[in-house]
Design a protein around this ligand. Structure first.
Ligand code: BJW
Ligand code: ZN
Length: 254
């Protein structure tokens, strides 16, 4: 199904949707001016993933990797949450259980006011020391070339999850729990190709959740989704939220 040409199945699903889980990817922040990784204008078109987002790449070219992250931090410092982030935050405040699971490292869900946010791939504003493993949130003041240094003298890396690295255990456990127990699972702006995040929509479907995909393009999950909205997140998510809200108010009056 595409769009809201027939609202009936969605309204019926909303009537039972008290526990909602959302998976977001780079596409949800595209309308905030942040590049996606793949597809048109994606970051990977300019750089090779292995060169930038892996420990091997970092050890081989730490200056280039840091230049890339500093550039992204600069762009992020001027970015603001868009209507999709805002609608998700508002939706959470009205729903019994509402978890945002994000692959993004940009922090825009929290900036929009979402409270229950699971960051699967870390956060770009945090640094971690390669020597003593300490996390640092403040801007480093010591540099060696383009690489910032920890107070112990060790080299810092961005606090994100690169290819070949394990996701934070508590984050993936919470995400799986939300996928397994939700009534509705909404996948927004993700190409659904990077694992283990890409398995979450399928886990939700297998556990009986009604699944929705918001993405202008097809993904490997599209064929399994109950409803597909081929539109930008900034338009589709506020409409989905509004429809849920109306159905929820009607339910309370019944
Ligand atoms: C819009 C829009 C709009 C545009 N509105 N939508 C073979 C099979 C299975 C797995 C593997 C395998 N070989 C290797 C693996 C494992 C690997 C993996 O999955 N690789 C695949 C690529 C095959 N995964 C890992 O390594 C993970 N760790 C792991 O598995 O640990 C266990 C293990 C350890 C050791 C050995 C083996 C196993 C870690 C993955 C970490 C991913 N890290 C990155 C970088 C994070 C830091 C940073 O930001 O710099 O995470 S990569 C990058 O991809 C980033 C993203 O979070 C992630 C997902 O991308 P996302 O968000 O989906 O973005 P895009 O660009 O792909 O898609 C955007 C979408 O938006 C598009 O569809 C557009 O159409 C859409 N869009 N505008 C709505 N306005
Ligand atoms: Zn250190």
């Amino acid at each position: 199904m595409s769009g809201f040409t027939n609202d009936a199945p969605l309204v019926a699903a909303f009537a039972k949707a008290h526990r909602i889980a959302v998976l977001t990817g780079a596409g949800v922040s595209a309308e905030s001016g942040l590049s996606t990784f793949r597809g048109q204008g994606g970051i990977w078109q300019k750089f090779r993933a292995e060169e930038l987002a892996s420990m091997d790449g970092f050890l081989a070219n730490p200056d280039i990797v840091w230049e890339w992250y500093n550039y992204r931090r600069e762009v992020l410092s001027k970015a603001k949450p868009n209507p999709a982030h805002a609608a998700l935050a508002e939706w959470e405040s009205e729903c019994e259980e509402f978890t945002v699971i994000t692959q993004n490292v940009d922090g825009l869900h929290r900036a929009a006011g979402s409270m229950d946010v699971v960051e699967l791939h870390g956060n770009i504003t945090i640094n971690r020391c390669l020597s003593c493993d300490q996390e640092m949130r403040e801007q480093p003041t010591r540099w060696e070339g383009k690489v910032p240094l920890c107070s112990c003298g060790g080299r810092l890396r961005p606090g994100v999850v690169w290819f070949g690295e394990m996701l934070p255990e508590d984050a993936i456990m919470r995400a799986i729990h939300a996928a397994e127990t939700c009534d509705m699972f909404i996948s927004i702006g993700t190409s659904t190709v990077v694992y283990p995040a890409a398995s979450l929509p399928m886990i939700a479907a297998e556990h009986g959740a009604y699944t929705v995909e918001v993405n202008p393009d097809e993904t490997p999950f599209s064929r399994y989704a109950n409803l597909i909205m081929r539109e930008p997140a900034g338009e589709a998510v506020p409409r989905l939220h509004e429809l849920w809200r109306k159905e929820s108010m009607a339910r309370n009056e019944r």
